[in-house]
Design a protein around this ligand. Structure first.
Ligand code: ATR
Length: 276
């Protein structure tokens, strides 16, 4: 009998995770099946319990359940607890353990594409929402301790930095201020939804002052090249879109469930195919 996995969210119809995971099961000869489950917020506790009762082995969690699920789990990994969001749930000793692979997935993709150690670099994170928190805390937990945050509302960025349990030296500023000082940064990480389809003609920050060779990573993958990445590229920046983050967060979840490593390039191909 196939082992059952899935993703819970609201909405969930357009999730690209099922195609990516089901293909990986086939490739590795694993008897597994991954299904998208539409779970409304009021049904979350029943869904989490029900999945345990029917023998689901593990699942992903997406909008709007990433924080709400935490009190419903049996154990939560310390990094996920600090971030306050879980995107991957694994059945361990009969109970549910929650992890966050979004931040780790992003940082793995960033390190791979950037190619140099991040420790001595000047890093700017744009945004202060859930995705920013996962990335900032993961970088900090991995010893990248010089990170500035730019956000429309600087206060929200200050709250994010203050509640980080890992040491970071950095300042917090408005996005406008950060734009004026952009030449100071080696790595710029964009975590807001600005520039995402369908509102693609928007950018969260002006890149007039960016220096050539700066590495810009945008977590958006639809479109594959945001207006920010296009403008940064024109000024000689190196760029990366959010595909790798999406693929790596999935691959890390897959590894936790099966103890096997999927083919990353093939996973990325599956997602590109879905994006059309
Ligand atoms: P997520 O959890 O997906 O990261 P979120 O928590 O809603 O999303 O956070 C959205 C981020 O995008 C925040 O940094 C937000 O800025 P504020 O903290 O000032 O609200 C930013 N953001 C959203 N819409 C924006 C806009 N129109 N202009 C500038 N920043 C915006």
């Amino acid at each position: 009998m196939k082992k059952l996995f899935g993703v819970i969210g609201d909405p969930i119809a357009h999730s690209m995770s099922p195609a990516m995971h089901n293909d990986a099961f086939v490739q590795l000869g694993i008897e597994g099946y991954y299904h998208p489950f539409h779970v409304k917020p009021e049904d979350l506790p029943a869904a989490v319990q029900g999945m345990k009762a029917i023998g689901v082995q593990g699942f992903n969690v997406t909008i709007p359940h990433k924080s709400a699920i935490i009190p419903l789990l049996d154990q939560v990994d310390p990094l996920a607890k600090a971030i306050g969001a879980v995107n991957t749930v694994v059945r361990e000793n009969g109970g549910w353990t929650g992890y966050n692979t979004d931040g780790v997935g992003f940082v793995r993709g960033l390190r791979e594409a950037y190619g140099e150690p991040l420790t001595e670099k000047r890093v700017l994170l744009i945004g202060a929402g859930g995705a920013a928190r996962a990335i900032y805390y993961t970088l900090a937990s991995e010893g990248v301790s010089r990170i500035d945050i730019a956000n429309r509302t600087a206060e929200k960025a200050a709250n994010l930095a203050e509640s980080c349990p890992y040491p970071v030296v950095g300042s917090v500023k408005t996005t406008t201020k950060a734009a004026e000082q952009l030449e100071e940064y080696d790595v710029i990480i964009q975590t807001t939804s600005i520039g995402m389809s369908p509102l693609i003609e928007a950018s969260p920050i002006s890149v007039e002052k960016i220096k050539a060779g700066t590495f810009v990573s945008d977590i958006i993958y639809n479109p594959l090249e945001t207006q920010l990445l296009q403008e940064a590229k024109k000024r000689g920046a190196r760029t990366q879109n959010g595909l790798k983050m999406f693929v790596y967060q999935g691959a890390l979840a897959f590894e936790k469930w099966t103890s096997q490593t999927p083919d990353i390039e093939r996973m990325e191909e599956m997602v590109r195919h879905q994006l059309g």
